[in-house]
Structure formats: structure tokens, C-alpha cells
Design a binder for this molecule. Structure first.
Ligand SMILES: Nc1ncnc2c1ncn2[C@@H]1O[C@H](COP(=O)(O)OP(=O)(O)OP(=O)(O)O)[C@@H](O)[C@H]1O
Ligand SMILES: [Mg+2]
Length: 500
């Protein structure tokens, strides 16, 4: 009982099985005068390998044999124990690959029991004892059976943990892949001149370890660019960690960035790593850098220069290998003039600056973005949206988009949600665009004008469907060609525009 207890403790201490088994065999030698003992396990390829051995004075690593070979092989094959009372009468008693160094002077008995998981042998435990005529082999087999079942339990647990680890690893790889795809270049929509220039810059800076500064109005896609830089760099497999500087109060930002030691301040109950340390090997994205306070700016400058810092309340220095990407929609030069941003930090950040153009300067991309978002949102909301009407497009084109791509994205999500058919019409677009389009005209639209706008909308739409064929369009709207042509003239619609 004492030995069994000791063995179970040896096995339960750790998930690293090999040393635990080694310890178990030593206990067997000490407590039960085993001369030699071997734990053999079945590998995934159906071979037997020695996992642990005691009393053999030769290295056992990588000794392989086959199921059915020797006594051990037969025990695994049959899942039944084997007892050899006198080894001298049995040629291959212990293990086919393990030959004894010299012929034993005294007679030896060999007992081998299977290690069973779900009644199937996954290995065997073999033990050499000094031959004693009075030995009760039945109880020896029973005893070793208990030891083997403890080993089986430990194995089962270890394999469950291994499986879980493999599953998590696979899941992690998959998720990383998904992230990479999501932030792939190809997901940044746009082919206009300014955007192509920007792609060029992104691919240039991605290859380096240079600090990058991304500037542009709110909603222009700065975060998307930061992701693209990371996922196209050599650091792609390492973490991408984001810090929203504007969202964190001054009192928290330093502990978030640099971490703290236990007891650094009230409430610091244990050491915590900062985002710099979490991003080790990867990229740290400092969003809204213009909003960071002056004291933190000093510390940040030091990290950028020396790549080292101290956790709050710590004396030892932490070295980090992190690429920093910062973004801001503020006019940094103005903030510097106001004394709210350090000039030296600005120069450190300004090594490679990417300007993201506002949407109104890249109207050429608008249609691509519209298509992209309509497809995305109709998929997300389970709607079938076939296209967007010409007047609606005109309206989108006329608007000045102060909120840039984000505003466009929101406007289109709304329009997909309120759309009752398969076509997005002008009246599905948010009111902010409606008033903008009618700017210059009266603010309160009369019924006649509203009906007129709707009519014009429908006619243009029908013309688009029929590629400018008026007769077909008239039929589509269940009206006569005469009425149709009259309205086309009335609303000054250019049918030729739809012909190609
Ligand atoms: N070129 C683009 N192609 C596709 N989607 C884009 C593009 N640019 C921006 N977006 C989308 O617009 C939204 C706003 O982008 P993002 O969050 O990157 O803007 P930002 O510049 O960081 O804005 P802010 O300064 O307000 O934080 C996101 O949902 C993003 O996916
Ligand atoms: Mg942002």
C-alpha cells in the first residue's frame, strides 16, 4: 500500500510523463526489490518504444520493436499478462531489443502486464525479480496490474491534455489565418491614384522595422492600414496589440502600456504585463497618439529610442522587440504649437508617415466601396440586394463625406436594413444625404417635387434595366411610350447615358 501511494504521488505530480514513470520504476526497485523494470508504450505507428527503464545499464532511448515480438510484444498483442518463472528456460524473456550484459549468475523471474486503456493494451510493464521458489506469482501479477492501471490513468490524462493542446493550436492557427485574410491588402478597397500611392507606402514600410505614423481624418481606414502593415510584415505570426490612447484615462495609460509590479499602487495585487510586453516580437498599434498626456509621452519616447522601459514600481529594466505603429486624426503640428505634444516624440514617430486620403478626394473609389459594403451587409442581414439606383449613386457622389469610409459604411448598412425590395433607392439613404443633395433648393420639399423625384428615380431605374431602351422601359413601368417619353423630357433624363 505504501509503495502504491508513493507511486500514485509520483504520477500525479506532473503532466510530463517520462520522469514520473522513471520515478515510479525506482520506487518499484526500492520497495519491491525489482532488479530491472521497463515501461513500453505503443506509438501511433504501431511500434513499441521504451518509455522508461530502471536497472538496465544501457541507454534505452529510441529502442523500437514490433507488436508480437518477444514477450513484451506478445503481452501488448494479447492484452494479457505473461509470467516466466525461470528466465533461463526462456530465450527472449525481457525485451527483444534488450540483451543482458552478462549471463545472470542467479535465476530470474519475469512478469509482464499490459497497460490497458478502454480494455486495449497501449503498452506493457515488465519486471525482473530474483527467482524464489515460494513466490506467489498470482499476487505479483495483481500488484503489477494495479501499477499498470495507474500508469494507464496518467497516460489517459496526458493524452487528453495533448489532444486539447493540439486542438487549441489548430484553432489558433486557423484564427490567425482568418485574421490575416481579413486584414489582407485585398480587403482595402480602392484603386484611385491616392490609394495606390498609399498601398505602395504600406508595402515599403511593412518589410522594415521602422516606426510608422498613419495620419488621416476620422474614418478613413487608419486602423485597417495598421493591420495591413502588420500582416504583411515578417512579424505577421506574432501578436498585433492595439492601445486606444484616447479611450484610456491618464491615470491608467502608463500601467496599460508598461505594466506594473505587485504593490506598485493600491489595487496592484499582482504583477501585470503591459501592452508593450504583450506585443513582444510583434506590433504595437498606438491609436489616437495625439491624445496621450505629456508625462506618458516622455516614457514613450524612451521606449522608442532605447527599446526598454521599467514596469510601474519596478527597478529592473525590460527589453522589448516591438514595432510601433501610431495613428492620429489630429493636426499634430498644431498640437505641438499648443504645447500639448512633444516635438522630439513627433520626430521619432514621423520616420515614415502615411497619409490616408479623405473619401471626398477619392470619389473614384466610391462605387467600389459601395459594391463592397452592399455585398457585405446584404450577406450579413440575409437580404438579396441586386443593385443600387442611379439617383442614389448620384446622391452618394454629391455628398462630401465628413465621416469618410466609416460614414459610408454606416449609411449603406442602414439602407440595406430599410430596403424593402432588391434595389437601393435614394429614399433608402439616410436623411443627412437627402438634405445635402437638395442643398441649394428649398429645404422643405413639396409633394409635387417629392413625387417628381420618385418618378424620375423609377424612370432612370427602368432605363438602366433596359440599357436605355425607352419602349422596353415604358412596358416595364406599365405605361405608354408617349407618357414615358414625355416624362423623360420633363425630367431632362439622358437616355443615352444608359446605353452602354
Ligand atoms: N479602403 C477601405 N476599404 C474597405 N473598408 C474600409 C476602407 N477604409 C476604411 N474602411 C472601413 O471603414 C471603417 C473605419 O475604418 P478605421 O476604423 O480603420 O478608420 P480610422 O481611420 O481608424 O478612424 P478613426 O480615426 O475614427 O479611428 C472600418 O469599418 C473599415 O473597415
Ligand atoms: Mg481608428
Amino acid at each position: 500500500m505504501a509503495t502504491l501511494l508513493e507511486m500514485s504521488q509520483a504520477l500525479s505530480g506532473t503532466l510530463n510523463l517520462r520522469p514520473s514513470l522513471q520515478r515510479l520504476l525506482e520506487i518499484l526497485a526500492k520497495g519491491h526489490s525489482a532488479i530491472r523494470s521497463v515501461v513500453t508504450l505503443l506509438t501511433e505507428d504501431g511500434e513499441l518504444i521504451i518509455e522508461a527503464a530502471d536497472g538496465l545499464d544501457l541507454p534505452v532511448r529510441n529502442i523500437r520493436s514490433r507488436v508480437g515480438e518477444g514477450i513484451t510484444g506478445r503481452v501488448v498483442e494479447s492484452s494479457k499478462p505473461v509470467v516466466v518463472p525461470r528466465v533461463s528456460r526462456e530465450p527472449d524473456y525481457l525485451h527483444p531489443a534488450v540483451k543482458r550484459a552478462e549471463r545472470p549468475r542467479e535465476e530470474i523471474s519475469f512478469v509482464c502486464v499490459p497497460i490497458l486503456i478502454n480494455r486495449k493494451a497501449v503498452g506493457a510493464l515488465g519486471v525482473d525479480w530474483r527467482f524464489k521458489a515460494e513466490r506467489d506469482f498470482d499476487s505479483s501479477v495483481k500488484f503489477l496490474g494495479v501499477v499498470a492501471s495507474m500508469i494507464a490513468q496518467a497516460l489517459k490524462l496526458q493524452r487528453a491534455v495533448e489532444d486539447e493542446r493540439h486542438r487549441l493550436l489548430a484553432e489558433n492557427t486557423h484564427l490567425r489565418q482568418e485574421l490575416r485574410e481579413r486584414y489582407d491588402f485585398t480587403n482595402i478597397i480602392g484603386t484611385s491614384g491616392p490609394v495606390r500611392e498609399m498601398y505602395e507606402q504600406v508595402s515599403q514600410v511593412a518589410k522594415t522595422n521602422t516606426t510608422a505614423l498613419i495620419r488621416g481624418e476620422s474614418g478613413t481606414g487608419k486602423e485597417l492600414i495598421a493591420h495591413a502593415i502588420h500582416y504583411n510584415s515578417l512579424r505577421a505570426k506574432k501578436p498585433f496589440v492595439k492601445v486606444s490612447c484616447a479611450a484610456l484615462p491618464d491615470s491608467l495609460i502608463e500601467s496599460e502600456l508598461f505594466g506594473y509590479e505587485k504593490g506598485a499602487f493600491t489595487g496592484a495585487q499582482q504583477r501585470k504585463k503591459g501592452r508593450f510586453e504583450l506585443a513582444e516580437g510583434g506590433t504595437l498599434f498606438l491609436d489616437e497618439i495625439g491624445d496621450i498626456n505629456l508625462a506618458t509621452q516622455v516614457k514613450l519616447l524612451r521606449v522608442l529610442q532605447e527599446r526598454e522601459f521599467e514596469r510601474l514600481g519596478a527597478t529592473d529594466t525590460v527589453k522589448v522587440n516591438v514595432r510601433v505603429i501610431a495613428a492620429t486624426n489630429q493636426d499634430l503640428e498644431k498640437v505641438i504649437a499648443e504645447g500639448k505634444f512633444r516635438e522630439d516624440l513627433y520626430y521619432r514617430l514621423n520616420v515614415f508617415t502615411i497619409f490616408v486620403p479623405p473619401l471626398r478626394d477619392r470619389k473614384a473609389d466610391l462605387l467600389l466601396l459601395v459594391d463592397h459594403f452592399l455585398e457585405k451587409f446584404s450577406r450579413e442581414h440575409g437580404k438579396i440586394i441586386k443593385r443600387i439606383s442611379t439617383p442614389a449613386i448620384d446622391m452618394l457622389m454629391a455628398y462630401h463625406w465628413p465621416g469618410n469610409v466609416r460614414e459610408l459604411e454606416n449609411a449603406l448598412e442602414r439602407s440595406v436594413l430599410v430596403c424593402d425590395g432588391q434595389v437601393i433607392h435614394a429614399h433608402h439613404l439616410p436623411p443627412s444625404l437627402q438634405t445635402a443633395e437638395s442643398s441649394g433648393t428649398v429645404t422643405r420639399i413639396s409633394l409635387t417635387d417629392a413625387v417628381g423625384a420618385f418618378e424620375k428615380d423609377l424612370i432612370q431605374d427602368a432605363l438602366k434595366t433596359t440599357r436605355g431602351n425607352g419602349a422596353k422601359a415604358a412596358r416595364l413601368l406599365a405605361t405608354t411610350e408617349r407618357v414615358f417619353n414625355y416624362k423623360v423630357r420633363k425630367y431632362a433624363i439622358d437616355s443615352a447615358r444608359f446605353r452602354n
